[in-house]
Design a binder for this molecule. Structure first.
Ligand code: XBP
Ligand code: MG
Length: 242
């Protein structure tokens, strides 16, 4: 009898490398509003420590002393530009993600999402990468709008567990960032990390596994260290390696 009942995925940086699209969408919204702001990769890499796009705008505005910024409207337009780009250009899921999702579905292991990003962004990403019905494969999709406290607070993962009707001992979380790891661990979840382009140097202390990607690392099969991992994680590795 499988201990592992559900996989809970973060979105940005975990399902796909989306942050460069987000960054350009922010810049388009700033330009449309007549602001001289432009977030290069260095600025954005620092601002990503703040989860939530509207919160990120407000942190930056505070740093430069721009007091009367319409952060909600700027973020609404940024979300428009982001989804326009994803819908027009598509984006690739990170290696191994689609296969793991397919293996889980075929083995009756449930799926959920716990993300800081906006719901519209999740819907467009799933539709463009996995097809128009993909959102229905997930028993819980918990987004930025569903919580009052964003990652690293555990609220979004607690919401996903509640909607799944499962305890953390039956699930594994997949994350790409230190904020996401803190959030998932605070919800009691075993967490697998796949660092992304902006999080390679994050502190991933407390992660069960730190993998380059979810593509099957061939070293899994014969690695004696497997025996040191929890049953839950060994079941995941079997699922990844199917
Ligand atoms: C990453 C985030 C989000 C995105 C931008 O979310 O922190 O804020 O950077 O999306 P995840 P929004 O938890 O999926 O890694 O502008 O919609 O917030
Ligand atoms: Mg992420």
């Amino acid at each position: 009898m499988s201990t592992l009942k559900a996989l809970i995925f973060d979105v940005d940086g975990t399902l796909a490398e989306t942050e460069e699209v987000h960054r350009e969408a922010f810049n388009l919204a700033f330009a449309e509003a007549g602001l001289s702001w432009r977030w290069d990769r260095s600025i954005y890499g620092r601002l990503l420590r703040t989860t939530g796009g509207r919160e990120r705008i407000e942190v930056y505005a505070g740093e430069i002393g721009a007091t009367d910024v319409a952060s909600a409207e700027l973020h609404r337009r940024k979300t428009f530009f982001y989804n326009n780009w994803i819908t027009a250009n598509g984006i690739d899921l990170r290696p191994g993600v689609e296969r793991l999702i397919g293996n889980a579905r075929s083995q009756g292991i449930r799926l959920a999402i716990a993300t800081t990003t906006s719901r519209a962004n999740v819907e467009s990403l799933l539709a463009k990468t996995l097809g128009p019905d993909a959102a229905d494969w997930f028993d819980a999709i918990c987004c930025g709008e569903d919580v009052s406290r964003k990652k690293p607070d555990p609220e979004v993962y607690m919401a996903a567990l509640s909607r799944l009707g499962l305890g953390p001992e039956a699930c594994i979380a997949f994350e790409d960032s230190a904020n996401g790891l803190k959030s998932a661990r605070a919800a009691g979840l075993t967490t697998v990390i796949t660092p992304s382009i902006y999080t390679v140097f994050d502190d991933f202390d407390g992660a069960e596994l730190n993998l380059h990607t979810l593509d099957e690392p061939l070293s899994f099969r014969q690695n004696p260290k497997l025996e040191n991992l929890s049953r839950l994680t060994r079941e995941l590795i079997t699922l990844i390696s199917r």
